[in-house]
Design a protein around this ligand. Structure first.
Ligand SMILES: [Zn+2]
Length: 65
């Protein structure tokens, strides 16, 4: 057993293990963060651009306030 030395990460990583994050992305449960939000065509409709923190997939989706 090597000595257990905790190597601090330069930035806070995802709270989930990598394998679990990839699994969740595989089943469509992405860890989206909002990149941009703008108004859609219809009143009260918004178009959001989100990106997954894990697999970097970027999608735009419509939502309502
Ligand atoms: Zn993802």
């Amino acid at each position: 057993m090597p000595p257990t030395t905790l190597t601090p990460r330069p930035e806070p990583g995802p709270p989930l293990p990598d394998w679990l994050g990839r699994l969740l992305c595989r089943v469509g449960w992405h860890d989206d963060e909002l990149l941009d939000a703008s108004f859609g065509f219809a009143p009260r409709e918004t178009v959001e651009t989100v990106r997954c923190r894990r697999c970097r997939r970027v999608v735009t989706r419509r939502g309502r306030r």
